[in-house]
Structures are given as C-alpha cells and as structure tokens.
Design a binder for this molecule. Sequence first.
Ligand code: ADP
Ligand code: MG
Length: 729
Amino acid sequence: MAVTMQTPLARVLGPKTATGMADQLGLHTVRDLLRHYPRRYARRGEMARLDDLQKGDRVTILAQVKSVNTRKMRQRHGTITEVTVGDGAGSMKLVFFNSRHARLVHGAWGLFAGTVGSYGGSLQFTHPDCHLLDDDTGDDEWARALVPIYPASKDISSWVIQKSVKLLLDASGGLGELVVDPLPDEIRARHNLLSLPAALLDIHRPITFDDVERASHRLKWDEALTLQLTLAARRRAAALEPGTARPRRTGGLLDAVDAALPFELTDGQRAVGEELAAELDREQPMHRLLQGEVGSGKTVVALRAMAQVVDAGGQAALLAPTEVLAAQHARGIRELLGPLGRAGELDGAADGTRVTLLTGSLKAAARREARAEVADGRAGIVVGTHALLQEGVEFADLGLVVVDEQHRFGVEQRDALRAKGSRPPHVLVMTATPIPRTVAMTVYGDLEISTLRQLPSGRGGVSSSVVPVAEKPLWLDRAWERVREEVAAGRQAYIVCPRIGDVTGPDDEPEDADGAPPDGGSDDRRPPLAVLDVAEMLTAGPLRGLRLDVLHGRLSPEDKESRMRAFAAREIDVLVATTVVEVGVDVPNATVMVVMDADRFGVSQLHQLRGRVARGRHAGLCLLVTDARVASSTGQRLASVAATSDGFELARLDLETRREGDVLGAAQSGRRSGIRLLSLLEDEELIATARAEATALLATERGLADHPGLAAEVAALATDERAEWLEKA
Ligand code: ADP
Ligand code: MG
C-alpha cells in the first residue's frame, strides 16, 4: 500500500488510535500527523537540573526507577507507593496513593510530569503523569538525547503520538518518497532552508536543539509563505475588481465640512486625507486601514472621505461597534453638517444630504423609515451598528464603507457590509488599537495601512498612576478626593468597573469578550467590582453630593443615549460605567478616570479606556485601582500601562501577555490560518521576508504556474474550512 500525505490515519494506525487522534486531536491524515509538531523536547540530562527545581514548578523529567516501595498507610486506610527515580545526577520521589502504574518497576525508564511538591524537606511528585518507555523499542530512541513531547489528549498520550510518528518515519524510509517539497529550490537556497523531508524528520526526532531550531525555521517558512501568498493573491484579486471612482468635487458637502470644522486639521489628518481622496478617485476599490492613537482624530478623517463620496453621488456607511458610539457619531456629524445634513426637512438645505442612524433599537416604524431612506438614496451618510449588516438593509449606491474600531469586528462583518454595494465599495477600517507590524502583515495583510501618529495640539495629555489598595489603602481616599477636586474645577469623571452587578447569573458577565483579563479570572478571587455597588458606595460616601449616574449594557438604548447626552451636556459630574465607554466616547470636558479592579482588564483595553480622558485641552488623570501587589506580574503589567502612553509599545506588551489567538480574535486564530509554529511576536523578520517573496512570486505573469507544489499548498489552505475567513474578502 502506497502511503501518501493524504492517506487516512485509519489505514496506517490501529483503529482505536486513529479514532482517538481524529476525535480528540483533529488529526485525520498522514499529513495532519506529520504536521502535529512536538510542543517541546525532554532532555536526558534534565534530571541534572533537579537541584534547581522549586516547589510549584510544573515539569517533565526523564528518569529511571531506582526503587519501589509499597506499604499500608498508618493513619488512613489504603496503601502508599513511593518510587524513587533518578539518572545518576539527582533523584526524587514519586508518590502514589492506592494505585500504581503496573510497569513502574526497578530499572524502567520513563517520562514523569507533574507539579513539584515537597514532603519532609525533599521534593516529590504526587501522582505524576507517567509515560513508561518501552524496552522493546529499545534501539535508538533511548540513545537519543531529545524526547519529543507532543500536545496530547485524554486517550492519546504524547507517547502514543511519538510511536505513531515513528511508524510513519520508519515505513517511509526517512520521508524522502512520501513528502514532496513544495518550496522552489531557489527560494530554499536563497534563505538557506532545509528540505521539507529533512525538516519534518528533525522536528520529530532531533538529536540536538540545533536540529529543532533549523527544522522549525524551515517549517515556519512554509506557514509564513503560504499565508502571505494567500494574502497577496487576495490583494491582486481585489485590485482587479472594478469599483466606482468617487472623485472630489468642490462646492459640495466636503467643502462645507471643512468650513464648519472648529479646528485646524493636523498635518497627519491632512496627509491621510489626501491619500484617501486620491484613492477614492480610482476605480480600483480602496482597502485601507487607518490606525491612530486614541484621540488622534480619526473620525473627522473618515467623515471627510464620506463627504467626498456623497459629493460624487454615492452613499457612505459608518459601522460602529456599540449603540452609544453610533449615536454619538450620528449626533456629531449632524451637528457639524447643520442644515446640509437635513435635506428634505423644513430647515434643511436642498443641496444637502441626510444622516441616517440605523441601530437595532429603532422601533419598527422608525426602522422602516430609516431603511427606506437608505434604499432610495436620500440618506447619503448612514451610521449604524450591526443592524446595518442585516438582511433587508439595501443601499441605493453604496460607495464607501467605514468600519470604526475594527478590532471589535471580524473580517466577516466587514465583508457583509461590503457585499451591500452593487459594485465593490471603497473600504476604510479604523482602529485605535495599534497593530504590531507582524499582525498587520498577517491578519490585515490585504489592507494598505495609514497611520496617524500625531495628536491634535493643545491636548493636556494624561498621566496615569496605579493605586495598589492592598499596600496603600489611603491612596484610594486620595483618588476620590482628586475626583472631587476636578468636579469642583468644573470637570467630569468616569469610574469604570468590570461588572454591572445587582443580579447574579449569566446576565452579569463582563459586557464583552474583551473584558476577560489576559491571565484569566482564577476562581478564588472575589467577584469583580460592580457598577451598581460602586455607585451606591460612592453616593453614600466619598462622592456624596456630586451628580452621579450609571451607564452599562443592561440599560435600554434610549436610557444609554440620554445619559451619554446628559454627561456630554455636563448635567452629570461622575459617570460610573462598564466598558461601554471604552471605545470612541468623546466628552472632552471629562478629565479623570478611575478604573476599579484594573487588573481585570487587558492592556490595550486600559489604554483605550484612558483615551476617554485625553480628549480636551485639560490635563487628564487615569487611576488604575487594583488589589494586586506592586511587585506581582499583574502589578508590573499595570505599572507598564501607567508608564507608557505609546499605544504601539502597549500593543506589543499585550501580545506578550495574551495568547496570540486572543489577540487575533477567535475567527483569526492560528489553527484556522494554518499557523502552528510561527509566532507573530518573534518572527517579524521571517514574515516580512516571506511577504516579499510571496509578492515577487505573484508579480510575474505566470504567477504560481511554475510552482505547482506551492499552488497546492495555497489551495489547501483556501479550501480548508478552517481557513474560511481568509477567503472571504
Ligand atoms: P479617535 O481617533 O480616537 O476616534 P476622535 O476622532 O474621536 O478620536 O477625535 C477626538 C477629539 O479630537 C474629538 O473631540 C475631535 O473633535 C477632536 N479633534 C479631531 N481633530 C482635531 C484637530 N485637528 N484639532 C483639534 N481637535 C481635534
Ligand atoms: Mg474613534
């Protein structure tokens, strides 16, 4: 039977093993198994490091059984088995109660994994995971210096995987016949890469860590190149799709917007504006990401692009992640446009347009009216939430899609809105979460990127401090005093809490997935502080007499909107809120933010939150209140947020403290994009090089025609349902 990469594992392995691999690890074919790389490698000499082990370390050791001693326990019913293991350099005890591995006998070698405990002064494992190494495999496995440890599952241990891989490697005589290298020779030579069979062999049975290094470098290359080829192909395809040019026209809405602006545009806003104006004027649809610090003034840049499109006869849609933000955008744009935004109304300008707000909370009649305005083209500017994406929302002539706070949306949503144009509209996505270069090259690899680095001048800036209540309880009193002082000076404050409160149960989850802290809420902590409790406590105590109100996701949209409006009108001094105020909310008179349980928020989220109090000419203050100890890793993370105002720096820190999948969002996580080894954090250079090679490969007339192997890899990624997100745009 000829084995190929596509051969089902069931034909190569025993049925029980094959079923377990399919069900528990998602491995179906020979290719899947060969691409299931070890998580790490245990070294024979690892026992030598026994002296370094600390109680609480979670480790795997490779050792030989020296003695086994089973006896009855004195105090309790049952037996205790103590197994002493060592490799000559050190020794430790394995302890089992009422059970023991049948093959744990004198002289046996095994891998033992567990958390180091101590008893009577010496280190031990209690009920460690044991992988006894077979005598009959004896040969080279044993002589080898490195033992691969695979991601395993309940029934399929690392050891079973190792044996299965070995079976494949042995049967195929070193993989030379089985594996065809898709990488063109000249690329391999240029970057000094191992062949694919050699790399696969070395990743599964290395002799030294150098072998692992070289093998994984080559395998990362495959991942990076396939991904970049896919993205480059998408960019090319997008470039070929004809859209509609929306040239700039003088004397229209755009000029009116410019005349109405109460400030001068910054140089950055002007430069990006030129870039957008030129791209909108082309038939080839724009695909651009605008990233800019919180408060850098992205909205006005987007509005000017929208006005240009309206002037050219098209419609522009602005998609916002929350109702609060959508309403704020609509309000702001209407104010700015004045009569020009009220065409068709009594006091409206005849040559103006309409700004239509379309959100899920509109009553049926209002929604029908809004949809009608969108469908017949009366609405030149349509602002909305997810409700915009729904079926039944039709545009007369959608020319530009703007997605605000892109990190809250998936590629799918961007595409759903794009699809509402009869021809592909121009697309501008905006984010205040700065994107590390590697993420930009992968997740956003099909977008061109513009950056606003400069904040409008005359901003007061924000200073941040950590308030570690466990160590400095008095600082919290001082924090409330600061709030009172700011209010006395005519300013306003936000108090942010991780939870709404009052009811317990599923309703009281954090308001969105981003609310989960990076290092997980371990359950022995008290529940996070809640808006309703904190508001009550403040009203009765430290902030008594101030005008205080609450804002959270459980309020009706009308309530949310009216409270935001009241806050903007300075009828409320202190707003106690959840992260509903995180994105985009713009009240320049607010100068203090106190974040309660700050450790429950992610780094980028704190930066976003803090952006709410950096929006006017007054100096802002952000206080991060936490129970965490200053010296703990959590305390240090908060200290970095307080010390850094550079969003790019913080995005990197965020990437370090969270799993990459979380950063990219579930729909964009590694598995789906075929990424196993590649690290967005560490492989920046490799990704950039692969991107250049991918672009060069596709730039020629023949594309991948001369490289069928690569074309097949790209096709495999594209048809893989796990890569669905990549195909869509
Ligand atoms: P973000 O980029 O975070 O979305 P916004 O677009 O909400 O920021 O702008 C933040 C605030 O700065 C708003 O109040 C806006 O009116 C104001 N702003 C924007 N551009 C300028 C400018 N060039 N000069 C002064 N203020 C500006
Ligand atoms: Mg914004």
